[in-house]
Design a protein around this ligand. Structure first.
Ligand SMILES: [Zn+2]
Ligand SMILES: [Zn+2]
Length: 261
């Protein structure tokens, strides 16, 4: 990476951080000034005890507190869709993981059937590249910052020379708009359902990272590390992208104010 690129990334990171911090301000601790005022005299109470109330005090309109502000900044939107039957709790987990760690809005689409043309009888798997094509067809006019992520429990595969049909956890365009993740291989030797959800969330973030232009990296415990045919890197990964991948994401897809709806 050139020095110019680095400094541009750094500038973007700083700009993004400022935005994130500003958005987080609304959920910080409440102002403490009022807490110091503890010596309020209470003559009104004493008076009320000795005087019969005759007049109902006027009702002062109380200002309705504003709705808690949602984070005001996003880098894009991910449309989440189940390909065939898929557990609701796993969809929920992926949605919240992406919102939190990819800085995206997530929109849910009703489940769609697995496309027949993606089925390969030879290995009894679905071709992931075919699944990406059918996912892309679901969002034909989406803005350039919108992605679609399909989740499925069936086994999926792609061509990975020298293998013409290589079973995978997930596949994402790099960059592009579609990605797909399968729990078929993520369930193998998982300790419990929560472990599957961790792996699924991590892999979903990884594939969405590809769609936003991130390649595999060597950052320790970064979710963008290559799986290299094993689940070990997925299990070891942090929830957050590493600094280099974060900088790359912010350079290509800056976090911006959420567009008004
Ligand atoms: Zn990858
Ligand atoms: Zn990384």
């Amino acid at each position: 990476m050139s020095t110019a690129m680095r400094s541009r990334w750094a500038a973007t990171v700083v700009a993004s951080l400022v935005g994130v911090l500003a958005a987080c301000g609304t959920s910080g601790p409440a102002p403490t000034a009022a807490a110091g005022v503890t010596t309020v005299e209470r003559p009104a109470v004493a008076a009320a005890a000795s005087v019969e109330p005759t007049v109902t005090p006027p009702v002062t309109p109380v200002a309705v507190p504003p709705e808690p502000a949602e984070p005001a900044t996003i880098r894009g939107e991910v449309v989440l869709v189940a390909l065939g039957k898929f557990p609701e709790d796993q969809l929920d987990a992926v949605e919240s993981h992406l919102r939190e760690h990819a800085a995206v809005d997530v929109r849910r689409m009703a489940a769609v059937d697995l496309p027949r043309e993606a089925w390969t009888a030879k290995r009894k798997r679905y071709r992931a590249d075919r699944l990406l094509e059918s996912l892309e067809a679901l969002i034909p006019d989406a803005p350039p910052t919108t992605r679609i992520l399909g989740l499925t429990h069936v086994d999926i595969s792609t061509t990975k020379p020298p293998f013409d049909d290589w079973g995978i956890f997930g596949l994402g365009r790099m960059p592009g708009q579609a990605a797909v993740v399968s729990t078929f291989r993520l369930e193998r030797k998982a300790r419990d359902p929560a472990h599957v959800i961790d792996r699924l969330s991590n892999t979903a973030l990884h594939e969405v990272g590809h769609t936003f232009g991130l390649d595999h990296c060597r950052e320790p415990k970064c979710p963008m590390q290559d799986a290299e045919g094993s689940i070990d890197n997925t299990d070891a990964a942090n929830d957050e992208f590493g600094p280099e991948c974060t900088a790359g994401l912010n350079a290509g897809f800056p976090i911006v104010l959420r567009p008004a709806k």
